[in-house]
Design a protein around this ligand. Structure first.
Ligand SMILES: [Zn+2]
Length: 192
């Protein structure tokens, strides 16, 4: 079985039409993080709510184009994202057929489960990294380990077990380093 890191980058939920379909900002530290995870044999997936599609701000095709461009840049640095899973829906949207409630919107775990099924992923060996507690809930429900990037947006944790991260990190690189240390340690223990 494979193991994976799911990246929960989202557009700005409350103001959907300000959302750009950009997936990840490819700062040097982000590239380094993805390189590290790649070296540890993790498949990497974007798991993202993109309500901007339901609001008619951009199309699914636009999102795919951004994903392809992002991956092209990553491949130049010896790493890549295995796949993109997104929810294009929003119940207040105006664009048919996306203006509906759905079963894939995070915090639901449906997108992670679909990736797991399509890529034969062992969730117990996998991680969800995200900036929101919705990401943590989706990851926890899907049965993987969770890391919250604490950028100050989601500091309020009201004690709900389902939304509790296993670990917090300041940024994606710190999260990747934590996963790398954990992975090396479990390999070491397996060899004993
Ligand atoms: Zn959806």
């Amino acid at each position: 079985m494979n193991r994976a890191v799911f990246l929960g980058k989202d557009g700005t939920y409350n103001v959907p039409c300000e959302t750009e379909p950009s997936l990840i900002t490819l700062d040097a530290y982000v590239i380094e993080a993805l390189q590290q995870l790649h070296q540890q044999d993790y498949m990497m997936f974007m798991i993202t709510n993109q309500p901007g599609i339901a609001f008619g701000c951009f199309s699914e095709a636009d999102l795919h184009t951004v994903f392809i461009q992002t991956n092209k840049k990553l491949k130049e640095h010896g790493t890549r994202l295995q796949g993109l899973y997104y929810c294009p829906h929003h119940h207040q949207g105006k664009q048919w057929p996306y203006n509906t409630t759905c079963h894939c919107h995070k915090p639901r775990p449906a997108m992670l489960r679909r990736a797991a099924e399509e890529y034969n992923i062992d969730m117990l060996e996998s991680w969800m990294i995200g900036e929101t507690l919705d990401d943590m809930e989706a990851g926890n429900q899907a049965g993987c380990k969770t890391i919250l990037i604490d950028n100050g947006k989601e500091i309020q944790w009201n004690g709900e077990e389902l939304r509790k991260p296993d670990h917090t990190a300041a940024n994606l690189l710190e999260a990747a380093e934590f996963i790398t240390r954990r992975t090396r340690y479990s390999r070491f223990v397996e060899q004993l």
